[in-house]
Design a protein around this ligand. Structure first.
Ligand SMILES: [Zn+2]
Ligand SMILES: [Zn+2]
Length: 213
């Protein structure tokens, strides 16, 4: 079976060892999805940043397990590689966040949208705006929920979808509780969409349920 389009650097919940984050490389460009506090150490020696025409970081929301090393990465790419980072996000406080963490504005560019990517606003916590997105990669279409406690904003986008990367948890709260959405997941499976769980608080429990759909 073909590998998934996204490769995960980590898929733990916010208190785990490896923050939920993934990447893909297309046409000499790196796309990093979220940049939590464990991610900088994870990627510093993993990629040869010189080889990329553009380095794009998609940020879904500003919780520390998603943006906690963004400023560090931007500084590193700027001072060590002389490269400007493209920050792709809809987060309303992004500019402010980068300013208060001392990130020189010359080192990054914030883009609210790019070709092939559409942000979908969702609900995650009452204290932050949060987004998932649809990404078209060549002939594939993927949906990435980011952290979310609701599935409804994403349901209109399931047509012709190849992969669904979905935040699911055993305990719920600010995240989709997997037991509550099993019927939805079955319907999604029937549409032949591949379901890839992420941000997991209990991997054994969740992966078993996803396999049994
Ligand atoms: Zn999170
Ligand atoms: Zn979060």
């Amino acid at each position: 079976m073909k590998e998934n389009n996204l490769t995960f650097l980590g898929n733990d919940d916010g208190f785990g060892d490896k923050n939920n984050s993934a990447y893909l490389e297309i046409n000499n460009e790196l796309y990093l999805i979220d940049c939590g506090f464990t991610v900088f150490n994870e990627i510093k020696n993993k990629f040869d940043f010189n080889k990329y025409k553009n380095i794009n970081v998609i940020i879904t929301h500003l919780h520390n397990d998603h943006a906690g090393s963004l400023s560090q990465l931007i500084l590193y790419l700027w001072f060590i590689y002389k490269k400007k980072t493209n920050v792709i996000t809809s987060c309303v406080h992004m500019k402010e966040y980068l300013e208060i963490t001392g990130t020189p504005s010359v080192a990054y560019e914030i883009q609210n949208n790019i070709d092939n990517l559409k942000f979908i606003k969702t609900e995650h916590t009452d204290y932050l705006d949060a987004y998932g997105f649809i990404l078209n990669i060549e002939d594939k279409k993927i949906l990435y929920t980011g952290d979310t406690r609701v599935l409804t904003p994403f349901l209109p986008y399931l047509d012709n979808l190849d992969e669904l990367y979905i935040d699911v948890s055993k305990f719920g709260g600010a995240h989709l509780k997997i037991d509550d959405i099993l019927d939805d997941l079955k319907q999604i499976k029937i549409k032949r969409i591949k379901i890839i769980p992420m941000h997991m608080d209990d991997k054994d429990y969740i992966e078993k349920l996803v396999k049994s759909l």
